[in-house]
Design a protein around this ligand. Structure first.
Ligand code: C5P
Length: 232
C-alpha cells in the first residue's frame, strides 16, 4: 500500500498577526512548514509529500527549493482549509490509485515525527473509515451562553470521551475526495475527519502527542521549540 502526505499551507495565519503567513515563521532555525515536510521525508512509510500553497505565495521557493527529493509543491490553495485540501486532491488525481492512502497534515504543526506518522498508520491499519491523531481532553469543558456581562458558563460537558483532533488525518484517497467533495458548509469542516463523519463513517482516534501542537498564537512558537529541542 502507498501512503502520501498532503500539507495544506495556503492560510494567512491571521491569529498570529505576524509579517508573513505563520507556516513560514522560523521555529528552531527553520520555517515551520519545513519541519513538517522533513518529518514526512524522514519516514520510510511515506512515498511522496505534496504541499498546497496559494497561487500568489512568494516564500515557498526558498523554503522548499526545487528538486527537493520526494516533494511536490501545488499552487492551488483555496479560500478555506477544506478548499485547499480538495484542490490538492484534485490536482494529484492522475498520480493516485484507488487504494492509496493520504495523510493530511497542517503545515503549522512542526512537532510531527516519523514515530507519530508510524503510530497513525499502524493504528488505523486497514480500517476503511481511516483515522487521525488526537489527544484526550484534560481540562473541564464548558458550554457558554450569552449574558448581560458578556458570556457565562451554562453547562459542563463531561470530558470523558472528548478528544482534541490533531493531524495527520489519514483516509483512502477516494474516500477523502468523496467526503470533501460532498461537504457543503466549509465552516463546519474544520478538519478532514469531520467531512468523513458526515458520510456516516467513524474514523479511528489514535493517541497523538502534545509536541504535535498547532502553532496558532505567538507563544506557541516557544512551546514548539521546546519540544523540538527535546528530540523524539
Ligand atoms: O488556520 P488554521 O491554523 O486552522 O490552518 C490550518 C492549516 O490549514 C494551515 O497549515 C494553513 O496554512 C492551512 N490553510 C490552507 N488554506 C486556507 C486556510 C488554511 O491551506 N485557506
Amino acid at each position: 500500500r502507498r501512503y502520501v502526505a498532503l500539507l495544506p499551507a495556503a492560510g494567512v495565519g491571521a491569529r498570529m498577526a505576524a509579517g508573513c503567513p505563520k507556516q513560514y515563521l522560523t521555529v528552531a532555525g527553520q520555517p515551520m512548514l519545513r519541519h513538517a515536510v522533513e518529518a514526512f521525508r524522514a519516514s520510510a512509510l511515506i512515498s511522496h509529500t505534496y504541499v498546497v500553497v496559494s497561487a500568489a505565495d512568494g516564500y515557498i521557493d526558498e523554503v522548499l527549493p526545487a528538486g527537493l527529493a520526494g516533494v511536490t509543491v501545488l499552487r492551488c490553495g483555496g479560500a478555506t482549509r477544506m478548499d485547499s485540501v480538495l484542490n490538492g486532491l484534485r490536482a494529484i488525481q492522475r498520480e493516485m490509485a484507488e487504494s492509496d492512502m493520504v495523510l493530511v497534515h497542517d503545515a503549522a504543526r512542526p512537532g510531527l515525527t516519523p514515530t507519530l506518522i508510524a503510530r497513525l498508520i499502524d493504528g488505523v491499519g486497514d480500517d476503511a473509515a481511516g483515522g487521525l491523531l488526537a489527544l484526550p481532553v484534560v481540562d473541564t469543558v464548558k458550554r457558554s451562553a450569552p449574558s448581560a456581562q458578556g458570556v457565562c458558563s451554562a453547562a459542563t460537558i463531561p470530558r470523558n470521551g472528548m478528544w482534541l483532533a490533531q493531524t495527520p488525518q489519514m483516509f483512502s484517497y477516494q474516500l477523502l475526495l468523496r467526503a470533501l467533495g460532498r461537504a457543503t458548509d466549509p465552516d463546519a469542516i474544520t478538519d478532514d475527519a469531520s467531512a468523513v463523519e458526515l458520510l456516516g463513517l467513524t474514523p479511528r482516534l489514535i493517541e497523538g502527542h502534545p509536541r504535535n501542537l498547532k502553532v496558532t498564537l505567538p507563544a506557541d512558537i516557544r512551546i514548539a521549540e521546546m519540544y523540538l529541542a527535546a528530540g523524539e
